[in-house]
Write a protein that binds this ligand. Structure first.
Ligand code: DGT
Ligand code: CA
Ligand code: CA
Ligand code: ZN
Length: 572
């Protein structure tokens, strides 16, 4: 069985977490966590790289020791260091860390003092009032943990889109090679690029349904066959993900794809139109009495009910059908439209050399500009910038820009918005930059009014350009902080500020609905990778998916524009 990047990453996260709970050397813990992050962000399969004899140490941040561990894990499925660590620290504690409000130190205390190993133990202990009595806990934290548990329980059944990609690729490849299969595609929420996916819906065109399904259920990642018919099957994978498979004749492929792509609400609205036209519509085609009028392709299906093709990301019955009827569908943004990235971080202290590498890689993405936006100092980030180091970076960038031919590095920073709405660096240095992205990383628990005013006050500062990850939510982990987003959007519009769509796959913040709202209000968006390593420039892709779900076109997004226009759009 080949191991996926996400599984390798999960093993290293687990190791880092368990060592963190044990209280191991923080540098060591960080090294393993970084390794996990790097592997997670790769676009190529590590297992494949190893088979091809590539040297893993060529990957940034992977030294000899890590490369060796990864190779052993890929080739033998074994991870001796993790196993040894698990003899000292129960591996289930890893699960507790997924609850908001619980870090390694607290998990350690819960385990040592109260013998708490899992969420159930934790719930019982909270009910009995034992947790609040522990040093470093108290009622406030107990409440937060309880809320974290509730969120976790709601979320746990849906996977983040990013975590399904490698599975879908492997599954599609496997099915494509089954005899009798003509076409295959993963439909459902996956195809609509929803930020989380409940299960995978594979649609197959082929004859000999039974034979195809007999072969399908031998896919190596399957842990349980739930149902096994002649045209349909449902299975569970090792990862816990469920897969529905449907086989239809080729002349019904478009109809089945349309039906299983959904959403359900979109389907119901389409069927209503069909009924009005005295047509019958289902997963086999469009019919007038017994006669099939369409079914081969989705385009045909839409055409029969008088509509143009509607992109999967729009199929949520949020106005797309009315827009289609009036020929007013948006021309959705694509990855190709992007001319630069406006949010990324350096990770090392060898400033100049790394900046150059980042610029070169951004060039390979076809970008014309790249804004370097390291954090300001006061955050708990080891290499955060202060006035002096930011000044050094500005000089390095100026020098580098003289040498670079195809791309320009924009001088920038991710500056922190303090509780009173001011920035944590003074204007004399901030005004030297080409642009500033501004974010909230603290005081999440202000009242809605306070939080809204804090952001609005920050936007009053003429140096404010882009509000980074505007709601602060983390998918499956943290709710957005409470504030009036509509007011903030109007404030941004009035002041010429931009809102970010952060493309980190666990942020995707703004979400689809807010992107659409921003567009309607007339606020411009910046789609940014927030890359913490050059591999993560590729996350732009997920931002584009979300933007498309939010109806955004090239013109709604500032970093689709050439530099001269971008500068005008940033001007306040
Ligand atoms: P998920 O899996 O929860 O992320 O969301 P979906 O959209 O993939 O939903 P799923 O897997 O339950 O069903 C796949 C598609 O099949 C769904 O988007 C639309 C279609 N579908 C399922 N049930 C119904 C139904 O009762 N009526 C209609 N018209 N379509 C349905
Ligand atoms: Ca589904
Ligand atoms: Ca399904
Ligand atoms: Zn950032």
């Amino acid at each position: 069985m080949t191991i996926h990047n996400s599984e390798i990453a999960a093993a290293f996260y687990k190791l880092a977490n368990l060592l963190g709970i044990e209280g191991a050397n923080p540098f060591r813990v960080r090294a393993y966590r970084n390794a996990a992050r790097i592997i997670e962000g790769l676009t190529k399969s590590v297992a494949e790289l190893i088979t091809q004899g590539e040297n893993l140490t060529d990957l940034p941040g992977i030294g000899n020791d890590l490369a060796k561990k990864i190779t052993v894990l890929v080739e033998t499925g074994k991870f001796p260091l993790l196993k040894e660590t698990e003899t000292r620290i129960p591996p289930v504690l890893n699960e507790l860390l997924k609850i908001e409000g619980l870090g390694p130190a607290r998990v350690k205390l819960l385990y040592k003092k109260l013998k708490i190993k899992n969420i159930n133990d934790l719930k019982t202990a909270i009910e009995k009032g034992r947790v609040r009595k522990l040093a470093r806990f108290g009622e406030k934290i107990e409440k937060k943990i309880l809320q974290g548990i509730l969120h976790r329980e709601q979320y746990v059944t849906r996977a983040k889109l990013v975590d399904t990609i490698s599975t879908v690729t492997a599954l599609t490849h496997y099915i494509k090679n089954i005899k009798g299969v003509e076409k295959v595609e993963c439909a459902g929420s996956f195809r609509r690029h929803k930020e989380t996916v409940g299960d995978l819906d594979m649609v197959v065109a082929g004859s000999l349904g039974k034979k195809i399904i007999d072969h399908f259920i031998q896919f190596e990642e399957i842990s349980e066959v739930i149902s096994h018919g002649s045209t349909r099957s449902t299975v569970r994978l090792r990862s816990g993900m469920q897969v529905d498979l449907r086989v239809v004749p080729k002349k019904s492929y478009g109809a089945a794809l349309l039906y299983f792509t959904g959403s359900k609400d979109h389907n119901i609205a389409l069927r209503k139109i069909a009924v009005r036209k005295k047509l019958k519509m289902n997963e086999y085609g469009m019919f007038k009495y017994k006669k099939q009028l369409a079914g081969n392709t989705e385009e045909e299906m839409y055409r029969q009910i008088g509509l143009p093709y509607i992109e999967p990301e729009l199929r949520e019955n949020r106005g797309e059908i009315e827009a289609a009827q009036q020929d007013k569908l948006p021309k959705l943004i694509t990855l190709n439209d992007m001319r630069g990235d406006l949010h990324c971080h350096t990770t090392a202290t060898d400033g100049a050399a790394q900046l150059e590498t980042m610029a070169k890689i951004a060039e390979e993405y076809g970008y014309e500009y790249l804004a370097i936006t390291d954090h300001s100092k006061h955050l708990t980030i080891a290499h955060g910038l202060n006035k002096k180091t930011l000044w050094q970076q500005i000089k390095q960038i100026d020098k580098l820009n003289h040498q670079l031919k195809k791309i320009i590095i924009l001088k920038s920073i991710e500056v922190d918005i303090l509780e009173n709405g001011s920035f944590d660096l003074p204007p004399d240095i901030l005004k030297e930059l080409d642009l500033r992205i501004c974010s909230i990383h603290s005081n999440f628990h202000l009242s809605s009014e306070e939080q809204t005013n804090r952001i609005k006050r920050a936007m009053d500062n003429p140096l404010f350009n882009i509000l980074a990850h505007p709601t602060g939510r983390l998918i499956n982990r943290r709710e957005p902080y409470t504030f009036n987003i509509e007011q903030v959007m109007h404030a941004a519009k009035e002041r010429g500020c931009i809102l970010e769509l952060n493309a980190q796959p666990d942020r995707l913040d703004l979400n689809d609905l807010y992107c659409k709202a921003a567009k309607e209000i007339g606020v411009k968006i910046a789609i940014s990778s927030d890359a913490h390593s050059t591999n993560q420039f590729a996350y732009m892709h997920y931002g584009i998916f979300q933007a498309r779900r939010g109806w955004l076109t090239k013109n709604d997004v500032i970093n689709t524009q050439p530099l001269s226009n971008l500068k005008k759009l940033l001007k306040r």
